[in-house]
Structure formats: structure tokens, C-alpha cells
Design a protein around this ligand. Structure first.
Ligand SMILES: *Cc1c(COP(=O)(O)O)cnc(C)c1O
Length: 408
């Protein structure tokens, strides 16, 4: 159902050499670009000449280095075009503002990143009169009945944060087609593992900050979609990216483009370690959630939709009941065992751990947290691949014992 492995498309992409024949593309440090022929200037402003023809105007519009990273992102996601932004939130807010006008509505998953939730739940109604209906995205009948003729898009994460439920993208795409509206998928948790555009999604967004960066050193995002849609976002009069200006720095674009070639190796390593850990945690009788476990409610669907070679992702959750227990466990894991770090975010080479309810999902109301399945003792763990599996497992077991979660 999912076709060609994304790394084949990445390898097929025309390679950009550096200015002096360097094997890596150059960093274009200019914010403005000359034209030889003055007639080119109006053509650039009217969109008749652009980066696809090698013509650049101004850095907030398009920069060659950032444009090339956009092409890599499009190849990764199997879309015709891609555009890179200063953050994942810039990508998400840009897409939604591009699709909606005042009075329009959105149907969104109720289990999404806290910033996306706040943008839809609080910011858009107050600032722009755009209302969102939140639904359980795994209940496709509920999604279908929430859509009305005011709905402009369906928004979901491929794998939900932090509850790790899988959106049935082919079914959502069918609802979108019925109503003639796009399905927008945030694929931050599962680059390469899932390719939403092949499954029927129209627009894919990423927080590059996480797995694609892999080093927790930059904030960045991307939008992948049709040439036409990306063009609309850059429109001089109504384009949210052009006018709100969340532009990616070319130095960041260069740095990220050098990490995409080893993203497949990293994703496979994160997934392999997470599967080994969660299998062992489940054997200990702990309340662990990971799509790679046969008991996960979406395990079978995941097997249908994913690229097997990249596994089920690097994130799992462990519900230890009370927030105090979660805090004691994380504190021991970081400060005594040197297992990983008590920090938000994910996709780092080392393990990152946080208690979702009081951190990255704290924007949600208690009621919404409850209905999305985010309990106070829910630990989100982004599994790193440093050290050896047995070394890390010994550290984890010691911390579980100290916290009284398993017998000594
Ligand atoms: C982190 C995250 C975002 C926001 O990305 P930034 O790069 O921090 O702006 C959006 N969606 C998901 C799923 C995330 O994990």
C-alpha cells in the first residue's frame, strides 16, 4: 500500500554541489539577489520567474540553500514541493492560516502537541474567529460527523503526542475527498516510518527540531505539499509565510541537509532500541504503550501503513500512576544512573524523558487531557541509541527498583 522506500527518492534527487565543486552544497549567505536584466524584476514579483528557474529575489521569499533543503524534505515525504520554516509551529500555523479565513472551521485530533492545541483552541478563535472541533481521530465516524461545509481542513498527527495512537490516514483522506478539503498530517514522530502523502494526505508538516535534526541543537520546521499550495503560502498579498516571515536561516538549512542522509540509520536505531525496551518493560508487568507491541490498539494498522525497515518509532510511554512516582523515576534515571535527561522534546541521540501532563501537554484543560488519555503519571520517553542496550537496561532496572516499581 505504501510504495517505494523514501530513501530511494532521496537518493534519486539531483545532488547540489558547492560553488567550488564541493561535495556539499554551499551556504548562500545573501539576503538579496541581483538580476542581470531589469525585466526579470517584475517577472519575479509576479511569480513568473522563481527558484525553480534559478531566479531568486529576497531571502524571506526563497533562499537557494533553504530551497534545496525544501526539495530534500519533499523527496522524503513524496510531495511535489516543500518549504522550510524557522520552527515546527511556524509550519503548522502557516498551513492553517493559509487554508482558513475568519469564520472558517477546523476538525482536529484531540491528542496533539500542546502548542498546536493552544494555537487551535485559544489563539485562532480569539485572533481570527477560526473555530476548531476536537475529536478522537481514531474514531473516523466521529471525524466524518464533525465535518461541515464550514470545515477547511482535517488536522492530525500521524502518531499522536503523547498517546501514540495512529491516525488511519487512508480513511481520513477518504473523508477529506468527500468534502473536498485537505488532510494535514504532522509527521514529526514518524519521518520515514510513515509517508502520509502516499497514504492520501494532502499536506505534511514537520518539526525538524526532533528526529530530523537528531541533536537537539536547532529549532526548524517544514511544509510538504503541492507546488500550488506552497506558492499560495508565499503569495505577496495573502501568503502567511511571506507576510508573517518565519524564515529558516540558510546556515541551519545547510546543517540539516547534512543529517538527512543518515536519518534512515538513526530512525531504525531509535525504533530497535524502543522495541527492545518496551518488550522487556511489558514482561515486567509495567503499563507501557508502544505501537510496536502486539497489544497496542493500532499495532495491526501500523503494520499495514509503515515501512517495516524503520520500525515503530523512538517514542514510548510508561504510566507509573502518580506524578510523584514519575518524578522520582526520572530523577533517579538522570541524576544517579546517567541513563538520560529530564527534558522535553524528542528525537535526540540520548534519551529524553518528561511527564507530559505537567509539561508539553500542560496547555490542555484537565478534561481534555483526560479524554485524550494523558494521566498525571504518564512518562513520555524518547529513546536514544547511545551506549549498549544491556548497559541502558541495567540502568533502567536499577531506577525501577529504587522507585519501588519492580522488586529488587
Ligand atoms: C515539537 C513539536 C511541534 C512544534 O515544533 P517546534 O519546532 O518546537 O516549533 C509540533 N508538533 C509536534 C508533534 C512536536 O513534537
Amino acid at each position: 500500500m505504501h510504495g517505494r522506500n523514501p530513501i530511494e527518492d532521496l537518493a534519486h534527487l539531483r545532488h547540489e554541489f558547492g560553488e567550488h565543486g564541493g561535495v556539499n552544497m554551499s551556504i548562500e549567505a545573501s539576503s538579496t539577489f541581483t538580476v542581470i536584466d531589469p525585466e526579470t524584476m517584475p517577472a519575479l514579483f509576479q511569480g513568473r520567474a522563481g527558484p525553480d528557474k534559478g531566479c531568486y529575489l529576497y531571502g524571506r521569499h526563497f533562499n537557494p540553500t533553504v530551497y534545496n533543503l525544501g526539495r530534500q524534505m519533499a523527496a522524503l515525504e513524496g510531495t511535489a514541493a516543500g518549504y522550510c520554516t524557522a520552527s515546527g509551529m511556524a509550519a503548522i500555523s502557516g498551513v492553517i492560516m493559509g487554508l482558513c479565513n475568519a469564520g472558517d472551521e477546523v476538525v482536529a485530533s484531540n491528542a496533539i502537541y500542546g502548542g498546536s492545541y493552544a494555537f487551535l483552541h485559544d489563539f485562532l478563535p480569539a485572533k481570527a474567529g477560526i473555530k476548531t472541533h476536537f475529536v478522537d481521530i481514531t474514531d473516523t465516524a466521529a471525524v466524518a460527523s464533525a465535518v461541515t461545509d464550514k470545515t477547511r481542513l482535517i488536522f492530525t498527527e500521524s502518531v499522536s503526542n503523547p498517546t501514540l495512537r495512529l491516525a488511519d490516514i487512508p480513511k481520513l483522506a477518504a473523508i477529506g475527498r468527500d468534502w473536498g478539503i485537505p488532510v494535514v498530517v504532522d509527521n514529526t514522530f514518524s519521518p520515514l516510518i510513515l509517508r502520509p502523502s502516499v497514504l492520501g494526505a494532502d499536506i505534511v508538516v514537520h518539526s525538524i527540531t526532533k528526529f530530523i535534526s537528531g541533536a537537539s541543537d536547532v529549532i526548524a520546521g517544514a511544509i510538504c505539499g503541492s507546488e500550488e499550495f506552497i506558492g499560495e503560502l508565499m503569495d505577496l498579498h495573502m501568503g502567511p509565510l511571506m507576510l508573517l516571515g518565519p524564515t529558516m536561516d540558510p546556515n541551519i538549512a545547510s546543517s540539516i541537509s547534512l543529517r538527512i542522509p543518515h536519518l534512515p540509520l538513526r530512525m531504525a536505531a531509535h525504533s530497535e532500541r524502543a522495541l527492545a525496551f518496551t518488550t522487556r518493560l511489558e514482561e515486567l508487568g509495567l503499563n507501557v504503550c508502544y505501537p510496536g507491541l502486539p497489544g497496542h490498539p493500532d499495532h495491526a494498522l501500523f503494520n499495514e501503513l509503515h515501512y517495516e525497515e524503520y520500525g515503530y518509532g523512538g517514542v514510548f510511554t510508561l504510566d507509573v500512576g502518580a506524578e510523584e512516582t514519575a518524578n522520582a523515576l526520572m530523577s533517579c534515571l538522570q541524576n544517579e544512573q546517567r541513563f538520560g535527561y529530564l527534558a522535553v522534546s524528542l528525537g535526540y541521540f540520548d534519551t529524553l524523558m518528561s511527564c507530559s501532563g505537567s509539561s508539553t501537554s500542560s496547555e490542555m484543560t484537565d478534561e481534555d487531557k483526560y479524554s485524550a488519555g494523558i494521566s498525571p503519571g504518564l512518562l513520555r520517553i524518547s529513546m536514544g541509541y547511545t551506549g549498549t542496550l544491556e548497559q541502558r537496561w541495567t540502568q533502567f532496572l536499577a531506577a525501577l527498583a529504587k522507585t519501588g516499581l519492580v522488586g529488587n
